[in-house]
Design a binder for this molecule. Structure first.
Ligand code: NAD
Length: 430
């Protein structure tokens, strides 16, 4: 029998990642029975883009119970603005329904703990869709650490670069406010913290961080003038803004691929909740674009992490050191790339180097998979809609406890940046 799914938040992510695959690739096992959003324009865009959804029932946020009563879904997919996740996750769990929740599960530690408590009383279970785990390189890193090749993990060194196109896009949208996204230390970095937690089977215990808003906000060095409330579309200062000038001409609007802008520019209608082309130099921005953090884990491992949201190319450097060796890998991607370092030349695929502690090196090339997030998106979808592969060597589909652990590191990072203190997570960490 097909499983029935309703979607809360008909976002760009919902359309591309869940609704389209559900009606095209997984129609033999899944039925899309209802959609809920605060903005009716989102329903219209969904029905126009994906004609198979034209008869799917639509609901406003206060009609969640009505949606459950009328459509009788088996599971709820939560893909709305981050700060609204908690409400729908808890409503679903109270109705004993399974939940598939986009990251971050919620926007602060207290809400994540509340979800965990409600889940314990429910017949429903929460899946957190940490798709980065399914990128074949990241899965291979887990496999290598899990196999014991590097011994006990002592230290992880992770540096993430988010380029001028991708990085600035967060500051164009709702993500730029702590109250909406929890900040980039949660909205974005929870992906990275989850990867480290998972790779090293680590439970985070203590966090200290520094951070700054260097590139965006009114004091951004490339701000053409200190004014609030500008929008990129039709902005008279567009040619004085290097971030936008990079992608436009005097006569064209933003010309890079961006799901949010395309929907906005095609319909030329304003979404009820926000515009995706708000000025990256607005003074309401209250998050950081430069983050460094240290984390100590219960198993003794230490992490040093950094993220920069305005770099010339996109990617990361990762090294995991252990008592018996070290593995390292680098990724370079992104539309902003002017000159990519030549790391993928050796065989054309990303590789992982394994260095045993006393001698030698082994280079492991990881075959690519097509699809979003390094090929992780299509793989996680199979686990979600077809069920998990039974004979895996380790768990990969993340649960609410993983949501909690990643959020609590990100939340501690934000709070530590603000007050300079080391945050102790031991009192509530499971
Ligand atoms: N796993 C990933 O790699 C990945 C990638 C992109 C986005 N995401 C996540 O997907 C979610 C959507 O992100 P997006 O960038 O596509 O968002 P978006 O800006 O396209 O859409 C946000 C949606 O939330 C809706 N919304 C706002 N308030 C609401 C409310 N009270 N009730 C119901 N709906 C409400 C908006 O109307 C809109 O449809 C976010 O949680 C984001 O973190 C995850």
């Amino acid at each position: 029998m097909k499983k029935r799914y309703a979607v809360c938040g008909v976002s760009s992510r919902a359309l591309a990642m869940y609704i389209r695959p559900m009606v095209k690739n997984f129609a033999h096992v899944a039925e899309f029975v209802g959609m809920l959003d605060i903005d009716p324009l989102r329903f219209q865009i969904c029905k126009e883009d994906i004609p198979e959804t034209k008869d799917v029932a639509t609901y406003m946020p206060d009609e969640f119970d009505k949606m459950i009563a009328e459509q009788k879904p088996d599971a709820i997919i939560v893909t709305s603005m981050d700060c609204t996740h908690k409400n729908y996750v808890i409503l679903a769990l109270k109705n004993d329904l399974d939940v598939i929740c986009e990251k971050p599960m919620t926007t602060n530690t207290a809400d994540a703990l509340e979800i965990r408590a409600v889940e314990k009383q429910s017949k429903g279970k929460v899946i957190c869709t940490f798709n980065y785990r399914y990128n074949p390189v990241h899965t291979k890193v887990k496999d290598l650490v899990n196999s014991g090749k590097i011994g006990r993990v002592t230290h992880v060194d992770l540096t993430w670069y988010i380029d001028i196109a991708h990085g600035s896009s967060y500051f164009n949208r709702w993500n730029r406010k702590r109250e909406n996204s929890g900040s980039l230390s949660i909205h974005k970095a929870s992906h990275h913290f989850d990867l480290v937690n998972w790779w090293i089977s680590g439970i985070p215990e203590a966090v200290h961080a520094f951070g700054a808003l260097n590139h965006y906000g009114p004091n951004g060095v490339f701000n053409p003038s200190k004014k609030d409330g500008r929008h990129c579309t039709g902005c008279p200062e567009k040619m004085q803004c290097p971030y936008k000038k990079r992608w436009t001409t005097r006569n064209s609007e933003v010309a890079i691929k961006d799901d949010h802008l395309t929907a906005f520019q095609t319909t030329r209608k304003l979404f009820t909740t926000y515009r995706p082309d708000m000025c990256i130099f607005d003074s309401e921005i209250n998050i950081h674009d430069t983050i460094v953090a240290n984390v100590r884990y219960k198993n003794g491992a230490l992490l040093n992490y950094s993220a920069n949201f305005s770099t010339p190319y996109e990617g990361y450097h990762l090294a995991i050191n252990g008592t018996h060796g070290r593995i390292e890998t680098r990724e370079f991607v992104g539309m902003g790339a002017m000159a990519l370092p030549p790391v993928h030349e050796d065989g054309g695929t990303q590789y992982i180097d394994y260095f045993p502690i006393f001698e030698g090196r082994e280079r492991i090339h990881v075959p690519k998979n097509d699809g979003g997030h390094g090929g992780g998106d299509p793989l996680i979808l199979e686990d979600i809609f077809l069920g998990e592969v039974p004979d895996r060597k380790f768990d990969i589909l993340a649960k609410s406890v993983d949501g909690l652990r990643s959020i609590s590191v990100g939340d501690a990072v934000y709070n530590s940046i603000m007050d300079g203190e080391v945050k102790d997570l031991t009192s509530f960490m499971e």
